[in-house]
Design a protein around this ligand. Structure first.
Ligand code: FAD
Length: 511
């Protein structure tokens, strides 16, 4: 496996000096950036625009204990139950207890949460939660509204510079910890800094069917891994039970939020049977892995490509106001709600595993932090509870920033780093694209929501072959760097899945 993706010598590279480098412009990166001490210089880089993140797409909302009849113990218990025994309870308590104050902070930052006529926050319920606990914006546009506003705020911060279309390639680490990074904005550059926060999001695009945008492919996690960061719970990939069966070709599937079932939507098979009844005490609102597997069983039994979500208990008027984005997209696809059922199928959606961190987002490498979906704080365990992920971005993004503000070793490292590339094979863009697509099909076929020993063994052998191919390749373009990271992250997922001996949460072996 390569330590660095390309040859370089920092003596000849343009160097950008800063105190803190943040990678990622989703909610985790933006919120962390807002909390960096104004006296520290901060550079925030992102591969994409702010709109092309998982954060932008988030629909349902953010979970927090706000309702009068709710309490911390109940939110903790629901999170632990979804996590199936693999959560870090201390991290869960931090998440839950710091939830309400972060929501209050968002309100103060003018995030436009939906309110009732009395001006109080509207709170809804989602799968796995014992009571109404989810705050939302624009009905089902929580991510878009939150990210947009945080983006405006960060652009106004004098100590934070933002570089769009700029990719993290590798991290630079010496015996004292993090020293900076290699980035690519068309040219390879060095960032010299003492702290890096990786907020690089999920891994969706290593799967063929996903709700994630193209930037989410685990290449940030891979960069941390090459630098020696510990990873955790890599086998825990969450599949969302309900994505819209679309007639349009797109690189991601459109999500039908759990909140639709929270408001009364019922899953039905093609015979019209409500097949979740009797399968779990929460029926349609059972944890995602359980609902996903029940749908897959129905599909296998009937040889069909989708099941249906019956939303006829809601009026057309209510649905269009409560879920305007979903309503609009269904109309575009010719699904006229609410008397027509929505055709749905499962797809990869969220990653519980990632870069192992402590309660301050710190990794095993001094000065290297991670928060949001790229991190594994331990709060999700074997399965994420709906709407806990944006909350995680907020709570641990702020904690990471505060920890950096309080660790007074802001200095700019100046060690020289160099690496000579020994690979010799030049690959065409078409070859790289072919490998990329093959990897995605392989992961969907062999490392999905229901796994087998033979499937994992096949994936392991194929990934080893692909890694050898990539190791012999000269990597030059953003797509080359991404492909290497995807293969590396996929390899770690398969390795962890093969090592786990029991069926738990999102990891389910049929045999
Ligand atoms: C359709 C959908 C609906 C969802 N709904 C909800 C919901 O209702 N509630 C909830 O809590 N969660 C929801 N989630 C999950 C939640 O949105 C994400 O987990 C969360 O927003 C992740 O935020 P993040 O900041 O960690 O990552 P992201 O928002 O994905 O941002 C990652 C950033 O890192 C950048 N990046 C990645 N790699 C590199 C690199 N190598 N170099 C430079 N930049 C890089 C990307 O360009 C991007 O800017 C949903 C997710 C999806 C896809």
């Amino acid at each position: 496996m390569k330590r660095y993706l390309c040859g370089f010598d920092t003596a000849t590279l343009e160097t950008i000096e800063t105190d803190v480098l943040i990678v990622g412009s989703g909610i985790a990166g933006l919120y962390a950036g807002l909390h960096i001490d104004p006296h520290l210089r901060c550079l925030l880089i992102t591969k994409t625009e702010i709109e092309k993140t998982n954060s932008w797409l988030a629909q349902g909302g953010i979970a927090a204990v706000i309702a009068k009849d709710d309490n911390f113990d109940s939110h903790v218990a629901d999170t632990l139950e979804a996590g199936a025994g693999l959560c870090d309870e201390e991290a869960v308590r931090v998440l839950v207890q710091e939830g309400p104050e972060n929501i209050r902070e968002l309100v103060e930052l003018d995030i436009p949460f939906d309110t009732n006529p009395e001006g109080e926050l509207q709170i809804t319920r989602e799968g796995g939660h014992s009571c109404r606990r989810i705050v939302h914006c624009g009905g089902d546009a929580t991510g878009r509204e939150t990210t947009k506003r945080l983006g405006e705020l960060i652009l106004a911060k004098e100590n934070v510079k933002i570089a769009f279309r700029t990719q993290l390639v590798d991290l630079l680490v010496d015996e004292n910890g993090i020293c900076g990074a290699l980035i690519n904005d068309g040219a390879l550059k060095r960032v010299a800094c003492s702290h890096v926060i990786l907020a690089t999001g999920g891994i969706g695009h290593i799967y063929r069917y996903t709700t994630n945008p193209r930037g989410a492919m685990g290449d940030g996690i891979a960069a941390a891994h090459r630098a020696g960061a510990e990873l955790a719970l890599m086998e825990m990939v969450q599949f969302h039970p309900t994505t819209l069966l679309s007639q349009k070709s797109s690189d991601r599937l459109f999500l039908i939020s759990e909140a639709v079932r929270g408001e009364g939507g019922i899953l039905k098979n093609s015979a019209g049977e409500a097949f979740m009844q009797g399968k779990h005490r929460r029926a349609d609102l059972a944890p995602r892995d359980i609902v996903t597997r029940e749908i897959l069983k129905e599909l296998k039994k009937r040889g069909e490509t989708n099941v249906y979500l019956d939303v006829s208990s809601m009026t057309r008027e209510f649905f269009s106001q409560r879920f305007p984005t979903i309503f609009g997209r269904c109309e575009e696809e010719g699904v006229h709600l609410t008397d027509t059922m929505i055709p749905v199928r499962p797809a990869q959606h969220y990653f519980m595993g990632g870069i192992k961190t402590d309660l301050d987002g710190m990794t095993n490498i001094r000065g290297l932090y991670s928060c949001g979906e790229s991190a594994c704080t331990g709060i999700h365990g074997a399965n994420r509870l709906a709407s806990n992920s944006m909350l995680e971005c907020l709570v641990f993004g702020r904690r990471a920033a505060r920890h950096i503000n309080n660790s007074l070793h802001a200095f700019v490292p100046s060690n020289r780093f160099a690496h000579e590339e020994t690979a010799r094979a030049y690959r065409s863009n078409a070859e790289v694209e072919l490998q990329h697509n093959y990897l995605r099909r392989l992961m969907s076929a062999d490392v999905g929501a229901v796994r087998t020993k033979a499937g994992l063994a096949h994936a392991e052998a194929e990934l080893a072959r692909m890694l050898a191919w990539a190791d012999e390749s000269v990597l030059q373009t953003p797509a080359d760097f991404e492909l290497y990271g995807m293969i590396e992250t996929a390899t770690e997922i398969v390795r962890a899945a093969s090592a786990r001996r029991e069926n738990i949460g999102a990891h389910y072996m049929e045999d």
